[in-house]
Design a protein around this ligand. Structure first.
Ligand code: 5GP
Ligand code: ZN
Length: 114
């Protein structure tokens, strides 16, 4: 989609610190990290919010979680633990309207989240 920053990162038009990439998803370090490790896993196809997810998109969301699992392991987070979160719309804290799974680790996470 034109003018979507994460579509541009997925296509390589905008640079990012990419840690994982395959035919369906790509993952890169967050520009403004909220934890020692903060990675965003995104689908290559444009899906604006979780509300817009179609049944045919569900496999790619599964791939996002599979990638997050493998990245967490590669980053040395698996045993200690980590958090994955997807924000939806304004009240959920979403600011970029191309779905992304936050993978946060390297410190203790708090609950309930802010
Ligand atoms: P949201 O608030 O939508 O859940 O998360 C958006 C995330 O994208 C934020 O954590 C923000 O720091 C990150 N972000 C926004 N623009 C860029 C960018 O151009 N590059 C990278 N690497 N991260 C970005
Ligand atoms: Zn997009």
């Amino acid at each position: 989609m034109e003018d979507c920053i994460f579509c541009k990162i997925a296509s390589g038009e905008i640079p990012a610190d990419v840690v994982y990439s395959d035919d369906q998803v790509t993952a890169f370090r967050d520009l403004n990290p909220q934890a020692p490790t903060h990675i965003l896993v995104i689908p290559r196809c444009h899906i604006a919010t979780l509300n817009d997810l179609q049944p045919s998109d569900e496999a790619v969301v599964g791939r996002m979680y599979g990638a997050a699992r493998d990245i967490a392991s590669a980053e040395g987070l698996a045993e200690a633990g980590y958090r994955t979160v997807m924000n939806c719309n304004e009240a959920g804290g979403q600011t970029v309207f191309h779905i992304h799974l936050h993978l946060l680790g390297g410190r203790m996470m708090h609950w309930p989240p802010g």
